[in-house]
Design a protein around this ligand. Structure first.
Ligand SMILES: [Zn+2]
Length: 461
């Protein structure tokens, strides 16, 4: 009842009348276009890319100069594949050239920053129209999981409430009340807080839980170990952190609800989301052009892992044209049996720097370490740090770890890393989350290979 009232009255009044946004119109558009054929969607992308390149070359000094030097002109773009001639950019490009990447004719740019635990945040800009479009993508993607605006949602993630002024906190609280959102702050996930979180969850009875992977996984393990049975929501939407199969299984068992994975970032909001078939992540294709490239910059063959490269088709304010976002994903864009024309991204495998190298030349995928959580139940939280090529330190929150566990764990790790690297186990009381409430599983502070030729690899947060 409230959901209907919210969608039909409150949201339209807020969006169209008060904020003068076009979110709902864009949402209606993409509800239709998701059923277009793949060819229709690609034709839409090609036209959007041409417009973007033409406007960007006209209005953004940085891009104009870079492209002119290479003799690139948007009128040469005959197909989406031709875009591979355009140069890549990354975080370091934005750090160095942000002012000159902005459109000289744009008014009222919005600014955001990506969070980070080790490096400084990255600031970037976007125009409000592109913001409306990305919000619409989020509405659609969350709707696939039963989490349309107006549904009763419990959020389990971070929010730096202490640094927010009081008036803003009140405003946020009011918004949460109207939006029917309850937020559990994952910074505070001590056992007592988790117990309280369980009580609040059961009192609130959300239709949908929206969460970061690691806090929700920790919460699910806590409930499981203590025999606490939460009320079952209709579904669970997971984002912001890699979701492993064993995490999905436990979360689904504990909450007795299907998990819908999403993939997004501060720069673009929702990049992909699962539909009811759970066969991969449908890309937000009307807004974003996603490429998966090898380390030499050529498209990665289907089934192999590559670098995620994204072009935002409508951020004319500060265009992101072929932005290497630092994530790795499996290439190959499959068709889903649900009938939507939006291709599926098979799997996001992690951050580019989430792998470690050893002095004898082995590459250890960061993927390896979270699996220790599954095999060693005494570990509550884990972080892997490599500050020296010859030393890997495992920080563990594991008060009940036995000596046998330690020996077995070292054996398992050495079997993967070899013996050219020393493994240190560092038992700690806590591993702080990043400013935005994520767990940084791998902290790598030694240099690795970079996709961006002639550029230093940029610190990834
Ligand atoms: Zn589907």
């Amino acid at each position: 009842m409230y959901g209907q009232l919210y969608r039909r009255l409150l949201l339209p009044v807020f969006d169209r009348v008060i904020k003068r946004r076009h979110t709902l119109g864009y949402w209606a558009d993409i509800e239709r276009s998701q059923w277009w054929s793949h060819e229709q969607l690609e034709a839409h992308q090609l036209e959007a890319v041409r417009n973007l390149l033409a406007q960007t070359a006209r209005n953004c000094p940085y891009y104009r100069e870079e492209w002119q030097q290479r003799g690139l002109n948007s009128s040469h773009l005959q197909s989406l594949a031709d875009l591979t001639a355009w140069p890549l950019i990354d975080r370091s490009t934005i750090r160095e050239h942000r002012q000159r990447m902005r459109s000289t004719v744009a008014t009222q740019l919005l600014t955001k920053a990506t969070g980070g635990s080790s490096g400084e945040p990255l600031e970037f800009d976007f125009n409000s129209d592109s913001n409306d479009r990305r919000t619409a993508q989020m509405f659609r993607g969350y709707s696939w999981a039963g989490g349309a605006p107006g549904t009763k949602q419990l959020f389990i993630w971070g929010g730096a409430l202490t640094t927010v002024p009081r008036w803003k906190r009140w405003k946020m609280a009011l918004h949460h009340r109207l939006d029917r959102h309850l937020v559990l702050n994952c910074f505070e996930f001590t056992p007592e807080r988790m117990r309280q979180g369980f009580d609040r969850l059961n009192r609130y009875r959300p239709e949908v839980i929206v969460a970061y992977t690691n806090p929700l996984y920790e919460f699910a393990r806590f409930l499981d170990e203590h025999g606490l049975r939460p009320v079952a929501p209709r579904s669970i939407i997971i984002g912001a952190e890699k979701l492993h199969g064993f995490q999905r299984d436990l979360i689904q068992n504990v909450f007795r609800a299907p998990v819908f994975e999403t993939y997004g970032s501060r720069e673009f909001m929702l990049i992909g989301a699962e539909c009811e078939r759970h066969a991969g992540l449908h890309l937000s294709m009307e807004n974003l052009l996603v490429e998966i490239l090898d380390d030499d910059g050529t498209p990665t063959p289907a089934g192999q892992e590559g670098n995620v490269v994204i072009t935002d088709l409508f951020n004319y304010g500060m265009p992101f044209v072929r932005y290497v976002n630092g994530d790795r994903a499996i290439a190959g864009f499959d068709v889903c049996s649900c009938g939507r024309g939006l291709p599926l991204l098979k799997q996001v495998t992690g951050r580019r720097l989430d792998s470690l190298t050893t002095p004898d030349g082995r590459t250890i995928p960061g993927e390896f370490f979270p699996h220790l959580l599954k095999d060693f139940p005494a570990i509550r939280r884990i972080q892997v740090v490599q500050r020296d090529p010859a030393v890997i330190t495992l920080k563990l929150v594991a008060p009940s770890l036995t000596n046998d566990d330690r020996l077995l764990m070292l054996d398992a790790i050495h079997a993967c890393t070899g013996f050219a690297v020393t493994i240190e186990l560092d038992l700690v009381d806590d591993i702080p989350l990043t400013k935005v409430g994520k767990l940084k599983v791998v902290v790598r502070e030694v240099d690795g290979p970079s996709l961006m030729a002639n550029r230093k690899s940029s610190p990834i947060c």
